[in-house]
Design a protein around this ligand. Structure first.
Ligand code: FAD
Length: 401
């Protein structure tokens, strides 16, 4: 098809079914019309595109991953490709959707009872409520499995939560926050569906971020927040069950990192063709071509790894270390790619797009991808932690527990 992505150098997109390709074309049209033109402005204002929620829901972007809500039979490769396309247009939008659908809805799909799934998945898929996922704490990021301090105390038919969470995406305005807390009785990590507003629950938007500014993260404080036993995720008995959620979402974040690289590459390629120095397009210089070749090679290798890790998900073969390798490798290649692409854009590479400069067409902004790459490199397990998960699988020794 004519709209196949140029950056898909080895035509991996042919793996998608006709129905998946049609759905992707519809999503691309939405991104081109409603997202790209406004992404830099939203980023600058540090606002999430909440006005897009009805259209996001209509396109099935929240629903596709769940048997209960999906519009059509689709593969993990298709859903990964969608995450890539979202991120290619706007990494903040990809995160906004990834937190709601990837992290929060997957927590309910993996850890909820049939009743909890029936109550929550359809309205969340329809965008009637916004969801968030609260795991990270002020004192615990990489070591949440052993260090989690937020507590849950059972009192009859309800629980009382106390503690603090940090960096919670969508947390500033979410109607539902999945809070992970340690049961004071058995010391196991459990998941709780906190409906907001709730007495004792406060969420404060984190200001002055310089990466993924279009995601509204929050610091959350829980002071004797009461949650019914019916709102405890019934199939979560410890961190091991939460790790199943992270295994699935980490593979999606690999695709998201890929999209960041593709967005930067496309901006740099367009810029290289348009920008003239020494009387020639900079695209004709060998050193610029080498950078573009490295960027496209990074993207190509990252697509291959992302495709395979998603195929393994559908085949029931995906293990924690497979997702970890994909996330670590792709995010490292992404970081190199955005740096090369920013370099190709020279001084104009540090400015958001949208403003015309002398002799340069408007809209080549590569700076947003450059900045956004840093958060993607760090969340859903830092590069280091994901590498150590792979290292544990290789050697049989855990370097972090
Ligand atoms: P730390 O764990 O303090 O790590 C600091 C550094 O030390 C890193 O380089 C790390 O790799 C290194 N390090 C730590 N331990 C080891 C070790 N054993 N060996 C080697 N190196 C080590 N969390 C949520 O729960 N929900 C969300 O929605 C969410 N959204 C986010 C959105 C954004 C934009 C960001 C930036 C973060 C988000 N997070 C969210 C939090 C994110 O998951 C954490 O930032 C991440 O897990 C890293 O934790 P930390 O920032 O506390 O870093």
């Amino acid at each position: 098809p004519a709209d196949l992505l140029d950056a898909d150098f080895y035509s991996f997109q042919h793996l998608l079914t006709d129905a998946e390709q049609r759905a992707l074309a519809e999503i691309r049209a939405f991104l081109d019309a409603d997202v790209r033109p406004h992404a830099d402005d939203l980023w600058e204002r540090a606002e999430s595109p909440r006005h897009l929620i009805p259209r996001i829901a209509e396109l099935g972007l929240y629903a596709n991953g769940f048997a209960e809500t999906r519009r059509f039979e689709n593969s993990a490769v298709f859903r990964g490709w969608v995450a890539m396309e979202l991120s290619r247009a706007d990494p903040s939008l990809a995160t906004f959707i990834g937190v709601h659908s990837g992290l929060a809805m997957t927590s309910i799909a993996v850890g909820g009872s049939d009743e909890q799934k029936a109550e929550w998945l359809p309205p969340l898929a329809a965008g009637e409520s916004v969801a968030a996922f609260g795991l990270t704490e002020p004192g615990h990021g990489s070591d949440t499995a052993r260090g989690l301090e937020t507590t849950a105390e059972r009192r009859g038919d309800h629980w009382v939560l106390n503690g603090a969470k940090r960096w919670i995406g969508n947390g500033a305005f979410a109607d539902l926050v999945v809070i992970w807390a340690r049961d004071l009785a058995d010391q196991q990590v459990k998941g709780f569906l906190v409906r907001t507003p709730a007495a004792g629950f406060t969420a404060t938007k984190i200001e002055r971020k310089q990466s993924l500014r279009g995601v509204e993260n929050a610091d959350i404080v829980l002071e004797n927040v009461v949650v019914a036993e019916g709102d405890r995720l019934q199939r979560i008995d410890g961190f091991r069950d939460l790790a199943v959620v992270l295994r699935l979402t980490r593979a999606d974040v690999a695709w998201q990192g890929l999209g960041v690289g593709v967005g930067a590459y496309e901006a740099a390629l367009a810029y290289a063709k348009a920008r003239t120095q020494f009387g020639k397009p900079i695209a004709s210089f060998q050193l610029v071509q080498e950078k573009l070749a490295v960027a496209l090679s990074n993207i190509t290798a990252s697509i291959a790894l992302s495709v395979r890790v998603s195929q393994m998900q559908d085949e029931g073969l995906q293990a924690d270390h497979h997702s970890a390798m994909a996330k670590a490798f792709v995010s490292a290649r992404m970081r190199e790619t955005v740096a090369l692409c920013r370099e190709i854009c020279g001084g104009n590479g540090i400015q958001l797009g949208g403003q015309s400069q002398v002799g340069i067409p408007a809209g080549y902004g590569v700076a947003r991808y450059f900045a956004d790459a840093e958060a993607v490199f760090t969340f859903e397990g830092t590069y280091d932690m994901n590498s150590l998960i792979v290292g544990r699988a290789i050697t049989g020794h855990s370097a972090f527990v």
